[in-house]
Structure formats: structure tokens, C-alpha cells
Design a protein around this ligand. Structure first.
Ligand code: TXA
Ligand code: MG
Length: 358
């Protein structure tokens, strides 16, 4: 059930208070939300999503009012029911990046339900920037636990219609329609629960070098992190479309298409190419024009992140035998998009066993 307008916030508030599920818009992707302190409501999230119950959820919290006279004190008050300890560096990150697309993993307080944290000693928290969800959180006063509002292992939804297509005509799910998501991929996750510098658990639109430039804080990569907690997004088969997705390198695309089309001469493929390469590929792949639909991509990581899931969802409806997408450059600016593409490629297709080709 999708409804726009402000009276919808009243319905959403009522649903959250009475232990029901509400799909919430955020600046990253839509979340499948429930009262984080209601055990039965949390179970409904796992059931509807089909997610294993040991995969922890992010708790979404309100931000202090815009005229706050003491931001630090207000954030500490908002976080106190959820966390045992807030390191100095985490407070700096919060003041710079919240509300926004950054999730922080803290030592959890005794009050946090095991079903929210998957039984771990830590809890992931973020304050999302979307005004509708902020209003809902503000009026609710508590935390809303929410994973991305997709079925387990599938592409995150970036519009209310996408949520509806994941859980079609579900009378038990209220969808708060906040329009298309601004960033289009999930938040950056940093673990600030242990000793030492924050550890990157999932790349997102806030990168380690942006954090360093605006706060002076060094973020270490997961590779250097010892005993990092589970992040379900780190399972390889994640964010996957039903259609097989192949990542290609510019040097191998001709031979890759040769062998695909040799095996399936009548098949149609969606070939995504960097905008500036478009005309060059049309000439180079002349022999296969009947098999190919060309789609030009702007070579800009933020723009591609914003379009990526929308594009994959639309192409998934397009009866293609496969989707071919160029491997993004191996630079930090592309880390989040590259991460999602590699997982999508790995888990894609009817049998979910494709391999990343580069
Ligand atoms: O942008 C986002 O983060 C979206 C919006 C809705 O906020 N949410 C989202 O939730 O992507 P989800 O559940 O799809 O991904 C959250 C990730 C999961 O991979 C989960 O394992 C990890 O956060 N996570 C949650 N609690 C954690 C914890 N205590 N320690 C480590 N990872 C945790
Ligand atoms: Mg997810």
C-alpha cells in the first residue's frame, strides 16, 4: 500500500507504535522499518525479507532539532539508550556527517535486543537525512530498526514503487513514499566499537579520504581490521539482479562477446558502455549489432551510484540474456560502486553462480 502526503506520517507513526512494518525513505535506499524495541515487530522484518536472523539490523535515530544549542549533548542523549560508549572520534564523525549516509557500529547497551544485533555485542546506528523519515523518528521518539527494503540477497529499492515490487500488494506493509533516493546505494559503515581508528566495513558515498579531509580522522580498511564483526553485505552473492550480469574490461569485451554470442547466436544482451567509448564500440562491435542494446553511462561515480539499482531493475525486466557492464576504475572514488557491481555480478542470474571476470 503506497500513500503520499503528511497524513501518511500519522499512519506510519501508528503502524510503528503498534508493532507493524513501515518502508521508510532515506537518502541512500528505502528501509524496511519497525520499532527497534519491539521483539515481535523485529521478527516480522526477518520473516518478510527472508533474511537469516543472525544478520544484524541498523537502528535509525532522529537528529537533534535544527536550532539545537548544544549539539554534542543532544546527540549523546539520543544515543544513550543504544550505546555503552561513544569514542571521541565517533562524536566528531557524528557532528560532521549526521544526519547522512554514514552508519557507525558501537558497543551496544544492555537494552538493545539481541534480535536487532544478531546476538553481537555491537549495534549499528545511523541518523538518515530524509525529512519524512526524520519527522517520523522525531514524533516516534524511539529507534527504527531497518535493513534495506528488498528480499534477501536482491537489489536495494530506491523508490516506493521498487519496494512495492519487492513485496507486491502486501496489506501489512505501509510504504512511506519519499520520492527517489538521493544517493542510490547503501550507507558507508564504520566500526568505531574497538580500540584504534575507525574501520571501514562497507564502502559508500562518504569515502575515507572525505572523512580524512573534513575531520582529520584516518579510517583503516577492513583488510587491516582485526576481529571485525559480521556485515551481511560482505557475503559475495548480494545486491543481485535475476539476469546474468558480467563485468568486462575494455581489453576483453570483444572476445567475451564473441564467446557469449557464439554459444547463443539469437540472444540479446544489454551492453553498458562509458559515454565517451560509445561510438568507438558501435564500430568495433558492428558484427553483433543485432544482439546488442547499447546504454551509455556517464563516467561519474556519484551519478552512477544514484542510477545503478534503478538501471539494473529496469534491465532485469528487459528479457536480456545478460547485462554487460564495464569494470569501474580501481580508484577510491569508485570503491562503493565497484563493490556493489562485483557482488551483483557474483549473485546474478537464475542459478546465482556467475563469476566476477575482473
Ligand atoms: O543505507 C543503509 O545503510 C540502508 C538504509 C535503509 O539505512 N540500510 C541497509 O541495511 O543497507 P542492510 O541491513 O541492508 O545493511 C546493513 C548492514 C548489514 O550488512 C549488516 O550486517 C550490517 O549493516 N550491520 C548491522 N549491524 C551490524 C553490527 N553490529 N556490526 C557489523 N555490521 C552490522
Ligand atoms: Mg541490504
Amino acid at each position: 500500500m503506497t500513500k503520499p502526503s503528511s497524513s501518511l506520517i500519522d499512519c506510519a507513526l501508528d503502524a510503528i507504535r503498534t508493532g507493524k512494518l513501515v518502508a521508510i525513505p532515506t537518502e541512500t535506499v528505502y528501509g524496511l522499518g519497525a520499532d527497534a524495541s519491539n521483539r515481535d515487530a523485529i521478527q516480522k522484518i526477518y520473516q518478510l525479507k527472508g533474511r537469516p536472523t543472525d544478520h544484524p539490523l541498523i537502528v535509525h535515530v532522529q537528529a537533534p532539532p535544527s536550532g539545537s544549542k548544544d549539539l554534542e549533548k543532544d546527540w549523546l542523549t539520543i544515543l544513550s539508550p543504544w550505546t555503552r560508549h561513544i569514542p571521541e572520534s565517533a562524536l566528531i564523525l557524528i557532528k560532521h556527517f549526521w544526519p547522512g549516509p554514514l552508519t557507525l557500529v558501537f558497543e551496544k547497551s544492555k537494552l538493545v535486543l539481541d534480535s536487532v544485533t544478531g546476538g553481537q555485542a555491537t549495534v549499528a546506528i545511523r541518523s538518515p537525512a530524509h525529512p519524512l523519515t526524520q519527522e517520523l523518528l522525531h514524533r516516534f521518539g524511539g529507534g527504527i530498526a531497518a535493513p534495506s527494503a528488498n528480499r534477501y540477497g536482491r537489489i536495494s529499492p530506491t523508490s516506493a514503487a521498487d519496494v512495492d515490487s519487492e513485496f507486491p500488494n502486501n496489506p501489512d506493509l505501509l510504504i512511506l513514499d519519499g520520492g527517489p533516493c538521493e544517493h542510490g546505494i547503501e550507507s558507508t559503515i564504520l566500526d568505531v566499537s574497538g580500540e584504534g581508528p575507525p574501520k571501514l566495513l562497507r564502502p559508500g558515498s562518504i569515502s575515507p579520504s572525505m572523512i580524512k579531509a573534513s575531520t582529520g580522522i584516518d579510517v583503516v580498511s577492513r583488510g587491516n581490521a582485526v576481529n571485525h564483526p559480521r556485515v551481511s553485505g560482505t557475503h559475495l552473492a548480494h545486491y543481485a539482479p535475476h539476469t546474468a550480469l558480467y563485468l568486462y574490461s575494455e581489453s576483453s569485451i570483444v572476445s567475451q562477446l564473441d564467446s557469449l554470442i557464439h554459444e547463443l547466436p539469437k540472444a540479446k544482451f544489454a551492453l553498458l558502455v562509458w559515454e565517451q567509448e560509445h561510438s568507438h564500440y558501435e564500430v568495433e562491435l558492428k558484427a553483433y549489432l543485432n544482439n546488442l542494446t547499447f546504454i551509455a553511462l556517464a563516467m561519474d561515480p556519484a551519478q552512477l551510484a544514484k542510477q545503478l539499482y534503478r538501471l539494473l531493475r529496469d534491465l532485469d525486466q528487459g528479457q536480456y540474456q545478460g547485462i554487460l557492464i564495464p569494470s569501474p576504475p580501481k580508484t577510491e572514488a569508485w570503491d562503493a560502486v565497484r563493490d556493489r557491481l562485483q557482488r551483483a555480478s557474483f549473485g546474478s542470474g537464475p542459478s546465482s553462480n556467475n563469476h566476477v571476470s575482473s
